[in-house]
Each structure stands twice: as C-alpha cells, then as structure tokens.
Design a protein around this ligand. Sequence first.
Ligand SMILES: NC(=O)c1ccc[n+]([C@@H]2O[C@H](COP(=O)([O-])OP(=O)(O)OC[C@H]3O[C@@H](n4cnc5c(N)ncnc54)[C@H](O)[C@@H]3O)[C@@H](O)[C@H]2O)c1
Length: 359
Amino acid sequence: MTTAQPRVALVTGGAGFIGSAISGPLADAFDEVVVVDNLHPQIHPGSVRPAELDERVRLVQRDITEESTWDQVLSEVTPDVVVHLAAETGTGQSLAESTRHGLVNVVGTTRMLDALQKLDRRPERIVLTSSRAVYGEGAWRRADGNLFYPGVRNTQMLDRGQWDFTDAEPTAMRADEVMPSPASVYGATKLAQEQIVRFWADAYGVDAAILRLQNVYGPGQSLINPYTGIMSLFCRLAKAGTSIPLYEDGEVRRDFILIDDVASAVVAATLRGTGGPDAVDIGSGETQTIATAANLISEYYDAPSPHVTGQFRHGDVRHAWADIDPARERLGWEPRFSLREGVEQLARWIDDQQGVETP
Ligand SMILES: NC(=O)c1ccc[n+]([C@@H]2O[C@H](COP(=O)([O-])OP(=O)(O)OC[C@H]3O[C@@H](n4cnc5c(N)ncnc54)[C@H](O)[C@@H]3O)[C@@H](O)[C@H]2O)c1
C-alpha cells in the first residue's frame, strides 16, 4: 500500500496583507504551509509575526534575495505549489528606490527560480500576484473608436493640471486585449517578474498562474507603511477628524477590491490554476473615483468633507479598473463585496486596533 505524500505550499511574502488572508484556506487545503518572509519593518511593526497569520503556518524569517535563504528552505521542503507574493510594493517610492524594487522583485524572483532549478525542484504550479501597474495608463479610446497607448503622463502635463489625455476615454484592463505599458519602476519590476516566471515555468513544464490585482484594501492592511494603502490612510485621516486631501482633481478612478475577494481568487488560482497562459485580472468589476471612496469614509467617521489639492505623484496612473469576465470564466470566481461593505469592514477593523497613529 502506498501512502500519499504530504502536500506542501510555499508562500513567499506570506506574512503580509494578502499572505495572511490566504493562510487559513491554504492551511486547510495543504498538509504543510511554509512562509518565507523577512517581516520587513516598513510593513510589520517590530518585525513580529502578525496575528492574522494562521497559527498552522511555519514562518521562516528570511530574505528572498539571499541565496542562502533558498538553500535552507529548499533543503527542508519540496513545495508542490509556490505562491510568490514577496515584493516591494511602493509605486511612488519605487522611483526614488528603484534598486530596492529591482532587487526584491526581480532578483528575489530569479534567486528563487535558480534555487528550484539547482535543487531540481519542480512545483506543479507557481502563482504570482502581479499588478495592474503593469498596464501603466493602459489603452485609451479615441472618438473614432481606435485604441491607443498614451504612455506616461509627463511632468509638464501634470504641472499644468492636465490630468486626462485629450479627446479620449480610458478602457478596462484586460490581459488578452490590453498590452502592458508600465508607468512606474514598480510596474516595470512586476512585468519583469511575470515574464521571468512565465519563461521559467514554460521551460520546465510548470504551470504559471499570474493574477494582475487592482487596488486591494481591507482588514489586515499595514497601518504603518506610508507608501501603500490609500484606503487605510483615508480611514486614519477621517478617524482623526481631518478632511481627506484628494490628489489631482479627485476624479482619479480606481477599482478597489476587498481583501476577502482577492484571497478567494488567489486560493482558486493556487488550487486549480488559471487554465491558460494569459494573466487574469482581478478587481471588483466596478470603477470608483477617489472622491467617492473618500466621501464614503468621511461619512462613516462623520469627518469634514474631502478637499481637492491638485497635488500629484509621479507613477500614479489616471484611471484603472479591470474587466473581470475572464476571471469569472477561468477561475469560477466572483467578487462578493461592495465598496460600502468593504469600507465598513476596514473602518471597524481599524477602530479595533491599538495605537493607530494619525498620518
Ligand atoms: N495590496 C495590493 O493592493 C496589491 C495590488 C497589486 C499587486 N499586489 C502584489 O501582491 C503581493 C503581496 O502584496 P501585499 O499587499 O500582501 O503586500 P505586503 O507588503 O503586505 O506583503 C509583502 C510581504 O513581503 C515581505 N517581503 C518584502 N520584501 C521581502 C524580502 N526581501 N524577503 C522576504 N519577504 C519580503 C514583507 O515583509 C511582507 O510581509 C505583492 O507581490 C504585490 O506586488 C498587491
């Protein structure tokens, strides 16, 4: 009689926001879940294990960019599935700290793949959480119906307050229709990650499941990272009775998706794959202006109304939302939460946290 081998999931960056949210379902589905995470101090206060990480998960506190990390981890475990989440994620920060973003996102990925190759490990699947940032401004449609790629909004355009591209409308992001065209160092490193994982996986007969996530928010989001998490920033400002400042003209559009809906998509991709080579876009399926999101939050906290500042940040794109029909078809997945429900969940969670500082 043969006994089945224990099934192992290895999750890089698995102590972070998304990693913690998938830790319970993965621990239910696998015999062992091993997380490699350096508990980066920009995200983890005091670099301690987060309470949200399922207690069944084994945490190896190591840096994915170091070769010795992989020698240690892969001598101890043979992963059936790798979920690659570890990354530097600051879009604005990535312009000033491009080496750090390149090192973690690109070299961290190649280190992992080199080690898998060196030790002859072939997981069934590698799941990569890529980002909407790979599209940059995406494709826009002119009045005559033709699509074009407007490229990066440059300093001159932003300085004169010209936020949109003239005589054109943005379109939804969808991997099989819209070409990647990053507008930030972060976006460029996420696209490099995608391509590196895809080449490696194809060469070694490994399934690559690549998800391009829109703006994820919700309970468990880092409350100390100043570079990511606009919804938690807005909540903390409104909670302190401050009027939320809105960049550009407040009409920037985003697709905010609650962490629970992202977790169910990542778990589905981990267990079943994405059934095809194209990346899959994950969003709420709705587009909202930043002003709408800020108003919901201000109302929840009974704070003064948000105000438009006209400020801007290089690397921020004007509008972003996903066409999620492919995700519905290929993952059998559906987002469940509205923005209002999500904002309430996030705000209630923040209200329960101790020592939350006003930004
Ligand atoms: N949250 C979003 O809105 C969003 C959107 C699109 C894509 N993504 C992608 O999803 C993934 C996870 O994002 P998240 O929101 O959970 O981010 P997060 O910052 O909460 O988690 C990332 C984790 O990686 C760890 N980490 C960072 N550098 C590391 C290193 N050198 N070695 C080991 N661990 C390291 C951090 O300690 C952290 O726990 C990232 O790849 C990100 O690019 C996130």
